[in-house]
Design a binder for this molecule. Structure first.
Ligand code: HEM
Length: 305
């Protein structure tokens, strides 16, 4: 007991703070509870449906769950990419982190039936009308994860690459990435409200992160290295879960709710969604060095373990 009191004394003296003030505060403080630690009341007050349809609650909660999982993915990526101490992460550290990320990505995909089968078709098609022009497209967490994982060049569709100027900087490259196709008419340059609002809020920060992470993201750190089998396997799995499997589950869900009698309905974000959302159109691949040319060619049309 005396040891810990001595440590506390030393700590607060070093901070030029009176240790007894801290100890008195500790004496008065209430014991911690689960509900305060988890911020339970705040958490359960964050769902604000726009309509009275009960299934809108499921829609909001599931998006929030997705955001928390995406937050866990970013949390792991930051630890191997933003190595503040200047110490590069080892291949062993990276393998462990990518395996953790894959567990979160698998939850994202495995749980998607909550959306695809878990809401009433008619309720969804009523409450979604109150949500335009908002769209999951505006979930910036996906875009930050992309920048942590790979170079912008890997987010530009092969058909679009010849249009990118040779000396393009990050801001220019961001005008050509695949996600522009969801809301930009490349001929007229006109943008949908969904894309316009998204870029007004996030473009500056995406440019800043893109510049900071260029040549430094996970792909850049690994592309010229001899990779152990376990890491190669983990990177393939991450690419597959994030850039093929989840997008296909998501597209299938959009088809479930937005196709009526074989006719495509307009989405809240007004994209040409059926074409745009398919992985074989986007050809988004974070780690091209772990895939064969044939696999890259057939992107979005095969399954891996
Ligand atoms: C019933 C459920 C859902 C439907 C019908 C749906 C539909 C769509 C559609 C049609 C788009 C294309 C953009 C647009 O025109 O609005 C889109 C994009 C997107 N949605 Fe969803 N979505 C659903 C659930 C979710 C969930 C739970 C998430 C998780 C956060 C999500 C994240 C995204 C993302 C990240 C994009 C952009 C995809 C990309 O750029 O590749 N969506 N969604």
């Amino acid at each position: 007991m005396q040891d810990i009191i001595s440590l506390i004394e030393a700590k607060y003296k070093a901070l030029q703070h009176d240790p007894s003030t801290f100890l008195k505060g500790l004496y008065h403080s209430k014991p911690l509870t689960y509900w305060d630690y988890i911020q339970l009341e705040t958490l359960m007050s964050l769902q604000r449906p726009k309509t009275d349809y009960p299934d809108e609650y499921i829609f909001i909660v599931y998006h929030q769950i997705s955001e928390l999982l995406l937050g866990l993915i970013s949390h792991e990526l930051k630890q191997v990419v933003d190595t503040e101490s200047g110490r590069a992460a080892t291949l062993h550290d990276i393998t462990e982190k990518v395996e953790r990320i894959n567990r979160y990505a698998a939850i994202l995909d495995n749980s998607f039936a909550v959306m695809s089968r878990g809401m009433d078709y008619h309720q969804y098609n009523e409450f979604r009308l109150a949500l335009a022009p908002a769209s999951g497209f505006q979930a910036v967490s996906f875009r930050y994860i992309e920048l942590y994982c790979t170079e912008l060049d890997n987010l530009i569709r092969p058909e679009m690459k010849p249009n990118v100027p040779n000396d393009a900087d990050v801001a220019t490259k961001l005008k050509y990435v695949y996600w522009q196709d969801a809301g930009k008419n490349h001929k007229t340059g006109e943008r949908s409200l969904m894309l316009k609002f998204f870029e007004e809020k996030y473009l500056d920060s995406l440019i800043k992160d893109g510049e900071r992470l260029k040549g430094h993201n996970l792909y850049a750190q690994l592309k010229d290295k001899e990779l152990p089998e376990a890491l190669k396997h983990a990177l393939r799995k991450l690419d597959y879960l994030f850039n093929i499997k989840w997008p296909l589950s998501h597209l299938m869900t959009a088809e479930t709710y937005l196709m009526a009698a074989g006719h495509k309905t307009a989405s809240t974000g007004m994209s040409d969604w059926q074409k745009y959302l398919h992985p074989s159109y986007q050809k988004r691949c974070f780690f091209p060095m772990v895939w064969s040319d044939e696999e890259k060619e057939k992107w979005g049309t095969f399954v891996i373990d």
